[in-house]
Every structure is written in structure tokens, then in C-alpha cells.
Design a protein around this ligand. Structure first.
Ligand code: NAD
Length: 297
């Protein structure tokens, strides 16, 4: 299949590479030349622009940071120059970025008017899951569009959930990431407390992992450097899920909570803590670096 892939960051690059490995023809584009070179080195074709990438594509996939990037790409800024005008009728657009459900719905509406199918398909599983092709996809959109996307999603992930209509994938993702943000802070507090009291972080982490405090952070994403070989913490908090991206997701969670007057006290507290961590200069570091807030300087 001829695929256009736009946004080749920590997540997009390994996802695009998995599609190349599955035998698809992938024309890729990213504003960053090193990101593009990475996918090209693995057999992807480098496009000079997003417009060039979508030429002849049967499916377009995007993996961008936030709502404004997705809206800017497809609809253009100030209502002009959007990529939708360059995508052929009948093409399927899969947006895997984590963005506001309302933005997914806005782009989907414009796509529909242009005869283009659109689904939101945000993911969970981290960069490890993106590399291994074991991501979880949370899809919002029509049944038929999901079925068109499924063979491709199966090359990048192992769990594919249909959450509901367009935007529902984003809502599910935001609920999940609010929980993850809270869990990472709780896990960090517990490890920092144990270490301050003389415990070995590896021993304590293993005890909690197999006890009632066990969670995903302890399983595969330990915030303490050196506890797990392949964690972002061990890599100096690089190459994972940025603090600023977590902050964006917790902001989206608070916005959707306000819209329905939901009570999310821990989500609100987590957003405030990641915001303080970002202001202290840790925005580009992996979100598990939040443990630094709880450690002695
Ligand atoms: P990233 O910052 O590593 O990558 C984003 C890429 O998009 C960058 O390479 C950037 O140059 C590119 N880009 C931005 N605007 C562009 C444009 N207009 N055209 C082309 N390229 C453009 O981010 P990431 O970690 O890959 O995350 C991408 C999305 O996936 C985010 O919405 C994030 O919340 C979500 N997500 C991330 C993780 C994770 O573990 N990193 C996990 C699940 C979901």
C-alpha cells in the first residue's frame, strides 16, 4: 500500500519503520531533517513537503505533538493552505497524535466535506511499544473506516479498540494518560521515600511491582535511573514521552473535565506538578523525570 506518514518523532519514526518492514511503500515527511533521515535509512522515501508525501497516497497517517499542529497541517492556518486540499477523494486519514477530541471532530468534518475518510487513532505503549509494534490503538470513527485501517494498525500495534465515533479515541486516551500521569508521580514518591530511607531502588521497585502497588511504571517505565536497562530514566530521561507532552495531555483532561463538570482532583494536582517541573526546565525531558521533584538536590 502507498502510505504518507507525517511526523517522525519518538513515536512516528518507529511506527513508520514498522510499516516499511511490513512491505508497504512509505513516503515520509517531518519538519526535522534528522527525523526524516532516520526513516529514510530504514527504507522509507523522504518527501520534501507534506504535499509531496500525500501525492498518490492511499492512506495518510499523522503523528504530531498537539492540536495546533494537526489543525495547522490539515486545515492550514487562517483557513488557507491545508493539506486536505492536496489529498485525493476516497483516501483514508489516520491521525494518531494525542489531541483535543474537538479538534479531531473539526478536521473530520472538513475531511468529510472533501470526500476524505478520517479516524482518530491515538496510541498507548510508549516508544518501546512503538518500536516493538505492540501499541494499543484507541480509535474513534466509523466501523468501515476502522476496518480499512485495521491491517495497517495491526503492523504497528497489538490491541485495537473501537472507542466510538470520531473524537472518542481521544477521550479514551486522555482518561488513560491522566491516570498514567498520576501513577508516575505516585510511583516516584514511593521510590524516593524508600531510597531516602536507605533502600536500594531496584529491590524496592521489585517488591512494589509484585505487591499491591504494582503498575505500568514499575513494570516497564521505572523513573529511577539504572533500575531498568531500557527505561528513559536510564538513558538520562531522553527518547521517551516528554514532560511537556504529558502536561499537554493533563491540560486536555482538565478541559474535558470542566466541559462536563467532572471532579478530577488528582488529575488537576498532577497537571500542576508537571507544570512546575516544566517551568523548572525539565519540559523536554521524559515525564518520568518528575521523580527529581521528590529527590534531595
Ligand atoms: P515528538 O515531539 O518526538 O515528535 C513530533 C514530530 O512531529 C517531530 O519530529 C516534529 O518535527 C514533527 N512535526 C511537528 N509539526 C510538524 C508538521 N507540521 N509537519 C511535519 N512534522 C511535524 O513527539 P512524540 O513523542 O513522537 O509524540 C507524538 C504524539 O504522540 C503526541 O501527540 C504525543 O502526546 C503522543 N504520544 C507519545 C508517546 C510517547 O511515549 N512519546 C506515547 C503515546 C502517545
Amino acid at each position: 500500500m502507498q502510505i504518507a506518514f507525517i511526523g517522525l518523532g519518538n513515536m512516528g519514526a518507529p511506527m513508520a519503520i514498522n510499516l516499511v518492514k511490513a512491505g508497504h511503500s512509505v513516503k515520509a515527511f517531518d519538519l526535522s531533517a534528522p527525523a526524516l533521515a532516520k526513516v529514510q535509512a530504514e527504507g522509507g522515501q523522504a518527501a520534501a513537503s507534506a504535499e509531496e508525501a500525500v501525492k498518490g497516497a492511499e492512506v495518510v497517517i499523522s503523528m504530531l505533538p498537539a492540536s495546533q499542529h494537526v489543525e495547522g497541517l490539515y486545515l492550514g492556518r487562517g483557513g488557507t493552505g491545508g493539506l486536505l486540499a492536496h489529498i485525493a477523494k476516497g483516501v483514508l486519514v489516520i491521525d494518531s497524535s494525542t489531541i483535543a477530541a474537538a479538534t479531531s471532530q473539526k478536521v473530520a468534518k472538513a475531511a468529510e466535506a472533501a470526500g476524505i475518510a478520517f479516524i482518530d487513532a491515538p496510541v498507548s505503549g510508549g516508544t518501546g511499544g512503538a518500536i516493538a509494534g505492540t501499541l494499543t490503538f484507541m480509535v474513534g470513527g466509523a466501523d468501515a473506516d476502522l476496518e480499512r485501517a485495521r491491517p495497517l494498525l495491526e503492523k504497528m500495534g497489538k490491541n485495537i479498540f473501537h472507542a466510538g465515533a470520531v473524537g472518542a479515541g481521544q477521550t479514551a486516551k486522555i482518561c488513560n494518560n491522566m491516570l498514567l500521569g498520576i501513577l508516575m508521580i505516585g510511583t516516584s514518591e514511593a521510590i524516593a521515600l524508600g531510597v531516602a530511607n536507605g533502600l536500594d531502588p531496584k529491590v524496592l521497585s521489585e517488591i512494589m511491582r509484585r505487591s499491591s502497588g504494582g503498575n505500568w511504571a514499575l513494570e516497564v517505565y521505572n523513573p529511577y535511573p539504572g533500575v531498568q536497562e531500557n527505561s528513559a530514566a536510564t538513558r538520562g530521561y531522553t527518547g521517551g514521552f516528554g514532560t511537556d507532552l504529558m502536561l499537554k495531555d493533563l491540560g486536555l483532561a482538565q478541559e474535558s473535565a470542566m466541559a462536563v463538570r467532572a471532579s478530577t482532583p488528582l488529575g488537576g494536582m498532577a497537571r500542576a506538578l508537571y507544570a512546575a517541573h516544566s517551568l523548572a526546565g525539565h519540559g523536554p525531558e521524559d515525564f518520568s523525570s518528575v521523580i527529581k521533584m521528590m529527590q534531595k538536590k
